[in-house]
Design a protein around this ligand. Structure first.
Ligand SMILES: [Fe+2]
Length: 137
């Protein structure tokens, strides 16, 4: 699959968050490429581990930001994050059990992230931009 990049329609207007989103997508692309090339499972596991680590840090940063701004949608947002983290650890367990990382799983990782950014992240980002008077346009 061709490498996916986030165009401007994915910009939340929060530069640090946007940069993290781009890095997340780059890691999913790396994982995709490793699987497509038939890379050894141990190497694929390493890329997945890095993705899991980065996702964890990114979600922690977002949740801290929402908390700092008293964003009322925080609990629901956290539930979405928890869902992704749980799925990622199930995928990791599967890989350790010798399962292949399939196309459906790779598509899920990217699809979930893109719709989360465009839907759920945009809501808190708009709230914070409003509060801080920061206009992304
Ligand atoms: Fe988020």
């Amino acid at each position: 699959m061709a490498r996916f990049t986030l165009d401007q329609s994915f910009d939340t207007g929060l530069p640090k968050i946007d940069q993290q989103h781009r890095q997340l997508v780059a890691l999913i692309n790396d994982l995709d490429e490793a699987v497509e090339k038939g890379t050894a499972k141990a190497m694929i596991g390493g890329v997945l581990q890095e993705l899991i680590r980065y996702v964890g840090n990114h979600f922690t940063d977002e949740e801290a930001l929402m908390m700092r701004h008293n964003f009322p949608g925080l609990p629901m947002h956290c539930q979405e994050h928890d869902f992704y983290v749980t799925r990622l650890s199930q995928i990791q367990e599967g890989l350790l059990d010798g399962e292949d990382l399939g196309r459906n799983t790779l598509d899920f990782l990217l699809d979930w992230l893109s719709s989360h950014i465009k839907g759920t992240d945009m809501v808190y980002a708009a709230f914070i931009r409003e509060q801080t008077g920061y206009n992304k346009d």
